[in-house]
Design a binder for this molecule. Structure first.
Ligand SMILES: Cc1ncc(COP(=O)(O)O)c(C=O)c1O
Length: 356
């Protein structure tokens, strides 16, 4: 059987959740498990995250998957509902909604009594400069005051555009958030994703919303998971399926982009972009074998890569770590001009998943 495997380390997931608790001891934790728990497989992650106060997902289908798996914690739909017929399901399943535009408000008002009777909070989204979702500062105070007057319990929600960096927009987003929170007091608040949890301890308020840090990857370009004291959760491995000796001047793979500088041994590993391994190759990329970094040569194909096994005495069946605890997903992402988030989220369903 082809051995492309994704191991999910539940202890690492729990460790990272505990890091959130240490960093934000007074806030409730909405663990972000959207996009199939950032590619880790939601069903393999929820048990380790069961002490979260709530889960955050992007759509009703993701929320219902959590309910089908038997988890009864509050769930927040971070983009709210997409059509009016979803409102009754949301109420029946005790799922909380973000509202970010007038149409969602109208749908909510039409179900006011049932929503409130289920003790569901409304997450009212402020557009403070990211310009994706939310009410602008000149409209949101009226929205919140009206909702409160109708008997709803509201949480002011905001998302940073640059939590991972020093950017002038951060101060403006914070200024707007605090103004609304104060002017509409008392009002619960939530504005911190992973990077902001580290960067803005004074802004944790009622709910923090960690995503990438739970999975042991970094939200920052210049801070590693070791700096942040997080543990990688996913280990992605494959096996050596062929060993070839080639001579100086010979080429490797599609496009013959690599030319051997010397006589060398290649190991062919059964992994490729069909599994979610990235093909973009602007910089030298590596895999890890027995904690040693080994370079890729030639292009990544759909099902195979080639690595330089010269002098390594590899065998057929030797296990290769594509990313995990030795070769960090953040470093693979960097070598491919992307971010760990993307590599994790676009794992294909082909590798076998093994929760540990
Ligand atoms: C609204 C919202 N909150 C929190 C998060 C979690 O962000 P991160 O994974 O950077 O912690 C996301 C992720 O995109 C989000 O969209």
């Amino acid at each position: 059987m082809r051995q492309a495997t994704v191991y999910i380390d539940s202890a690492a997931l729990q460790y990272n959740l505990n890091r959130v608790k240490q960093l934000a001891p007074t806030a409730k934790i909405v663990s972000m498990v959207k996009a199939n728990a950032y590619g880790h497989g939601v069903k393999d992650c929820l048990a380790a995250l069961k002490d979260s106060d709530a889960f955050g997902v992007a759509c009703l289908e993701e929320a219902l998957e959590i309910r089908d798996l038997g988890y009864l914690q509050p769930i927040t739909l971070i983009e709210g509902i997409f059509s009016s017929d979803e409102m009754q399901i949301v109420i029946d399943q005790k799922i909380e909604c973000v509202v970010h535009h007038q149409q969602q408000l109208d749908w909510l008002m039409a179900h006011k009594d049932a929503y409130i009777a289920q003790n569901l909070k409304v997450w009212v989204k402020l557009n403070s400069g990211m310009n994706r979702l939310g009410f602008k500062i000149h409209e949101i105070k009226d929205v919140i005051n009206t909702l409160k007057a109708e008997g709803f319990t509201c949480v002011l929600a905001m998302h940073f555009a640059n939590a991972d960096a020093d950017h002038p927009l951060n101060d403006e987003q914070i200024r707007q958030f605090l103004e609304v929170k104060n002017d509409c007091a008392p009002l619960m608040g939530s504005c911190c994703n992973s990077a902001a949890i580290y960067k803005y301890p004074e802004l944790h308020f009622d709910y923090v919303r960690p995503g990438i840090m739970l999975y042991g990857a970094t939200p920052f370009a210049d801070r590693s998971v070791a700096d942040l004291d997080l543990k990688p959760v996913m280990t992605f491995t494959a096996e050596v399926i062929a060993l070839n000796d080639i001579q100086a001047g010979e080429h490797v793979g599609y496009g013959s982009t690599f030319t051997a500088e010397k006589d060398m041994t290649l190991a062919i590993v059964s992994i490729g972009y069909g599994d979610g391994y990235p093909r973009a190759f602007p910089k030298q990329n590596y895999v890890a074998i027995n904690s040693q970094q080994v370079r890729l040569v030639g292009r990544v194909a759909m099902d195979m890569i080639a690595i330089d096994a010269t002098g390594l005495n590899l065998q057929l069946g030797t296990e290769v770590e594509l990313w995990g605890k030795t070769r960090l997903v953040d470093d693979v992402a960097e070598a491919n001009g992307t971010i760990g988030y993307e590599l994790l989220c676009r794992m294909s369903s082909r590798p076998v998943r093994i929760p540990q």
